[in-house]
Each structure stands twice: as C-alpha cells, then as structure tokens.
Design a binder for this molecule. Sequence first.
Ligand code: ADP
Ligand code: ZN
Ligand code: MG
Length: 499
Amino acid sequence: MKRQYQPVIGLEVHAELETASKMFCGCAVVDSTMAEPNRHVCPVCLGMPGMLPTINAKAIEYGTRVALALNCEVQPFNVFARKNYFYPDLPKGYQISQYEYPLALHGWLDVETSAGTQRIRIRRVHLEEDTGKLTHVDGGYAGGYAGENASLVDLNRAGVPLLEIVSEPDIHSVEVLKAFAEQLHAILRYLKVNSGDMEKGVIRFESNVSVRPIGSDVLNPRTEIKNLNSFRALTRGTEYEIARQSAIYDQAGTVRQQTMGWNEMRQQTFAQRSKENAHDYRYFPEPDLPPVQIDPAWVTEIRAQLPELPAVKQDRYQQLGLSAYDAGVLVAEPETAHYFDQALSALASTRVSAKSVANWLTGQVFALLNASGQNLANLKVTPAQLVELIGLVEGGTININSGRDVLKKMFETGESAQAIVARDGLAQVSDSSLIARTIDQLIADNPNELQNYLAGKESLAQWFFGQVMKQLKGQANPQVIKAELTAALELRKKHAQDS
Ligand code: ADP
Ligand code: ZN
Ligand code: MG
C-alpha cells in the first residue's frame, strides 16, 4: 500500500505597494500593462553609477499597515540591504531589499477552513524594490526584430515598492493555502495598498512545498515554485508538487531542494535551478541608505487608522444572522462590504433584516450586475434605495415578482422603488374580497378543471392559483390567494361529498 503524506507549505507573497512614486526615486508608479514602456525611469531606477537612492516614506507607511493587519511586531530599527545577483531586468546588478533587520516579524493570520479556524504564523514582512519586466517575443516581432527571437525589457516597474510577506511552514493543505492567500489578497485591498489585479502581476505568490509521512514532524527538503500569478496557478502548482514529491518518496527516492517554475500550458512544474542559499547573494547593508528608525508612537497612529479588516467584518455579519458563506461573499471585495455596510445603516427605521439585504444583494443585484457586465462602482441603485425596495416587498406593498421587476427598472434608471410602484400601478392587490370573487368566477368558468380536481388531481390547485394571479396582472398577494383558494376548494370538496 502506498504511504500517505502530509504536505508542508510555506507561502511567500510579493505585493507591489501602489504609492505615487517608486521606492527609492521620484518616478511614478504606473500600471505596467498600460503605460508606454521605459517612460517612467530615471538615473536612480536605471541603475546609473553614482546615483543615490532616497527612501519613500509612504512605502514604509503602507508596509506598516500590512504588517499591523498581519499582527506583526513592527521593528523600531530597519536596515536596507543589497541582494547581489545579475538579471537583465535588474540594471543595478543588485536589488535593495531587507535582510537582517526587516520591517516586521512574528505575525499571524487566522484562516477559516472546513475543519475550523487555523492560525498561520507570519515569519516576516519586509520592503524591497521590484525588478523590471521582461517580455520574450518570438520571430516576427514588428519592432525591428523580424524573424528573430528577442527579450524586451520594460523598466517602468524597476524600483516600484514591493512588500514581501513570508509565512512559517504551517500550511498543511491546498485548501488552507488558498484560503490564506485569498485573505491576504483581501487585506491588501482593504488597506488600499494594492489594487489586487492579479492579472496585472501586482501580487505574485511563491509556494514552498515539502511532504512528510503523516505523523512525522521532520522538515524535508522543499522546492519553491516561483511567480504564481493567480490563485489557480498557486493551487495547481502546489498540488502538482505534492504529488510529484510523494511519488518520489514512494520509490524511496530523494527530493532535491530546487527552484521550480510553473508551466501554465502543461500544468506542470519544472526545475529552474538548484535553490540558492542566502550567502549566494552576498547580502550586505546598503551603503547608500541610512538605517531607518521607526517611532513606536507613529506605529500606534497607523494602527489606530486601520480599517475594519475582512475577518472582523465577517464575524460581525455572522452575528447579524448571515451564514458563513454569505458573509464570506460579502467581505471578499471591500466595495461589496462597503455597499452592504451602507445598506445596514439604512435599516434602522425599517423592519428589513440584514439577511434579506444580503440575499437581495448577492442574488438579484449581483445577477443584474453580471448580466450587464457592470460592477458596484457604477450601480445606480443606492444602498438606501435597495433597502426601501426590500421594505416594500416584505411589508406586502408589492409582491416578490413585482419586486424583482421594480429592481430591474431601478437598475436601469436609478429611480426609487416608490416612484416606480406608484407610476406603474404595481401596488399589490391584497383585497381578499376581490380575490375571493375572482376565484369564484374562475371556478365557475372552468367546471372540467374543478371536476378533475375533486376526482383527485390535486395539482390543479396550482393551476387555479396561476389563473387567479394572471387575472390580477401578477400583482396579487400570493398569501391571500393561497388562503382564499384553499378555502374555496375545500368548500367545493365538502359539497361534493355531501351530495
Ligand atoms: P528563502 O529565504 O531561501 O526562500 P526561508 O527559509 O526563509 O527561505 O523560507 C522561505 C519559505 O519556505 C517560508 O515560507 C518557509 O515557511 C518555507 N519553508 C521552509 N522550510 C520548509 C519546508 N521544509 N517545507 C515547506 N516549506 C518550507
Ligand atoms: Zn526612477
Ligand atoms: Mg523563497
């Protein structure tokens, strides 16, 4: 029988900090998928000899926000360090990073999983600069390389502030890995330090993977999979490595410590190089930058300004009666949570519940947004207007079907529900004597259906219901129809038995 293995996973995350300017110079941080290449560069980020870097204080603030949100201890003494290596997208021949004295240490993040809450420790959070971006083009490139293969470098990204977040190897399943990565992604967005646009490469994951026999606590050699640019690549790549290493151990082989890449086409990892060690980079303190003293009082100020974070929000929503799933959907995007929070504050003077708002928002509203390719940012229905609509439905002024139609109109025009109901005469018919008369007339007009019903074809009750609703233009109160119809049919049944 094959042995069972436990995965051991540590996650490293590289997140760009979207400050106005770069980490060590005044160049603008731009969307590297949009800007014309190599326009946002200067002698500092181009690595010209003799140029002096300066530290972007905003990047330290952004990094501190993240560190605090991850429950880290922000270090009062920071040192930038040179990490020496050569790569075509690194004009200086070294990257300014942090090594011995990073921004923050010893944090944690709680992750909700199917097996309950799990705490993942954060080893460190440090600041560094991004490299440029290489694009490999094959023959036929129109810019003067026809027929040749070429690698093009765009240095707009060189020197963009980058935050590296490193977890302890506390993750033991791909499910937990994904939940952890998603929560980090949400936190970065809530803190407004990163757009979260994964397809633009502003967040890159690196998964460190080893496996061991279940029950063992050894740390086996690991491989690290670099540049995983989506949650899917992260989970697929990690699953692949777990299976690959397990198969090696099954054959009594050894796993080599290696750096791997992820081939999206083949859905496979591939070996890139044997894993380098820290000494290969010959780290030393950056001679062109002074150490940074971080004032604890300033850290306290930053902490006080942190927004409510997704995990806390999720808890609060669940306290309001939402399921964990619904609460999770609402907190995943800060825009959604913001909309929901605004709706909650419009509930005060109504009898509408938080749960109803969640249902309408994640159901009807999301469906309308999806169908029209829009998002909450351009939604014409304000949170208060949505609450008003729900109030009209739950208070019985309009029925649920009219409610959906009204929402559609609100969505198109931005009008209030009240206005649409009044203009289109949608107010629900709850007049039971009118409904009763309609029912009697319908029964009289359809003697065959009545006979069949009395002979045992119970489903015809539903048919009568539909006919009544149709007669009343879809605006009747379904509860009243149901009650009146049941009474009317019971009466006919009794008569039939008596005669
Ligand atoms: P490096 O800086 O060379 O990438 P670190 O020792 O700092 O190496 O670890 C990087 C990541 O690898 C961390 O997230 C850590 O949790 C994880 N890690 C370390 N050892 C293992 C292991 N045996 N199996 C899985 N992950 C590991
Ligand atoms: Zn520059
Ligand atoms: Mg690493």
